[in-house]
Design a protein around this ligand. Structure first.
Ligand SMILES: [Zn+2]
Length: 209
């Protein structure tokens, strides 16, 4: 059951991302959700409608320099945020999902799809949640996309505030060092090591360096 839900959720989220990218306009997106998006849930419009505002709220928008446009959760007696015309308590409030919705799913999917100038602009915007950069960088490395992985992980470590680095950033640091090694970027590798020694002593203590 759960595996089916996760597949449906991912399928819906991928479709939703493409639909949002068309215009980055909420009403147009909701039209897609009702007309086409619900197919991901075998025509269950209620589930699609209830998910859509949550996914929209976490999607980085190119027209906002990759910030998102989060919607406020309606009060129970207010009009539902899915634009169904019903009250929230009679609409999406009643829909339960089998799992929590991962907070960074739309960033993760975006980091997987963006290419070239758009990927660069998105990373330069510094809007990406560090956890999304970490996971997307690791996934890209695992699937052999070393260029993409390097670009994403560099962005993770370029941020000036290393206290924002996720706890599990250490494997990402290892992978980035390996990529530099593999590609012969000795200078970049040395600079990263210097940076880490200076700014992240705890990791070096554990590495025994
Ligand atoms: Zn609703």
């Amino acid at each position: 059951m759960l595996a089916v839900w996760v597949d449906q959720l991912l399928g819906f989220a991928s479709g939703a991302l493409s639909a949002i990218r068309q215009q980055e306009h909420y009403p147009d997106f909701m039209t897609w959700v009702r007309d086409k998006g619900a197919q991901a849930f075998n025509g269950d419009v209620a589930t699609a409608q209830a998910l859509a505002p949550i996914l929209w709220s976490q999607t980085p928008l190119e027209r906002l320099d990759f910030a998102s446009e989060p919607l406020a959760t309606p009060g129970r007696n207010e009009p539902c945020w899915c634009d169904s015309g019903r009250k929230y308590k009679q609409c999406c409030y009643r829909v339960n999902f089998p799992t929590d919705i991962p907070e960074q799913m739309m960033w993760m999917l975006s980091l997987r799809e963006w290419k070239g100038a758009t990927l660069k602009a998105a990373l330069d915007s510094q809007q990406a949640p560090p956890q999304a950069l970490l996971e997307a960088g690791l996934i890209a490395a695992e699937s052999g996309q070393t260029g993409r992985s390097m670009q994403i992980l560099e962005s993770l470590f370029d941020g000036s505030d290393w206290s924002r680095l996720p706890e599990q950033a250490e494997p990402a640091f290892e992978i980035l060092l390996d990529i530099y090694q593999e590609r012969g970027f000795t200078r970049k590798r040395a600079d990263l090591l210097d940076d880490v020694m200076e700014r992240w002593p705890a990791v070096f203590a554990r590495r025994g360096a």
